[in-house]
Design a protein around this ligand. Structure first.
Ligand code: C5P
Length: 238
């Protein structure tokens, strides 16, 4: 049975250099129309205080810190992230089954555990980069293997390219959460993303949540762009 989605499916990446800019931009957003993502750059400068402030404003917040360490350390970090009120957190699947299971175990018993997502293969890595790190199979084979391992290790889903979504939907089933960056409206700038997909195509391909940064954060009218993306998503669902 397919997942019934409640709430916004767009996650706006707050890729700002400091807390003031991030808060000022969040002020222009509406928690009923999007969720938000805080990554390593912003978290490193603004820390847990900013996360708590954004959560207090009613946003579902994806704390994108991609934990990758020994199981005990990752488990403790996940518990700390959950205490901040994050709605979604993530770890690297390449940390292995024991690490992922420790992360899952750390969230057991929480009343509102965050969604626990794994990163399979960073999309910045090509076949040659992977060969240099000892992986000789094509990237998509490694992505699928790590996604299956993530599912078997209790992860709620993975971050993936929207182009991989149909493959992973088929491999990991309808309940597995697929979070896809690299989204661009047909007429928006490509920026440094190489493999871009429109919101409609991403949803049609099986994505659950779309991570969108610059097309919204750099727009003259961010809410207008967000509304267009939400309309595209609604159209893809009908
Ligand atoms: O501005 P843009 O829409 O390209 O932002 C995409 C966001 O998703 C950024 O925060 C980026 O770090 C993140 N991301 C990505 N590709 C991945 C994983 C995360 O672009 N494979």
């Amino acid at each position: 049975m397919n997942v019934v989605h409640t709430g916004p499916r767009v996650i706006v990446a707050l890729d700002y250099a400091n807390s003031a800019e991030a808060l000022a931009f969040a002020q222009r957003l509406d928690p009923a129309r999007c969720r938000i993502k805080v990554g390593k750059e912003l978290f490193t400068v603004a820390g847990p205080t900013l996360v708590e402030q954004l959560v207090a404003r009613g946003f579902d917040l994806f704390l994108d810190l991609k934990y990758h360490d020994i199981p005990n350390t990752v488990a403790s970090a996940c518990r700390s992230a959950a205490k901040l009120g994050a709605w979604m957190i993530n770890v690297h699947a390449s940390g292995g089954r024991t690490m992922m299971m420790a992360a899952r175990e750390a969230l057991a018993g929480l009343k509102h555990p965050p969604k626990l997502i794994a990163v399979t293969v960073l999309t910045s890595l090509g076949a040659e980069d992977l060969r240099e790190t000892g992986h000789n199979e094509p990237p998509e084979v490694l992505v699928e293997r790590l996604a299956r391992l993530s599912a078997a290790s209790g992860m709620d889903g993975v971050v993936c390219s929207a182009q991989e979504a149909p493959l992973l939907r088929a491999a990991c089933g309808p309940q597995f959460c697929l979070v896809t960056p690299g989204i661009r409206l047909a007429d928006s700038a490509q920026d440094d993303q190489k493999r871009i997909v429109t919101p409609q195509a991403a949803i049609a391909g099986g994505a659950d949540y779309l991570v969108v940064g610059r097309p919204i954060t750099r727009a003259a009218d961010p809410l207008a762009v967000l509304d267009r993306i939400n309309a595209d998503i609604a159209a893809a669902q009908t």
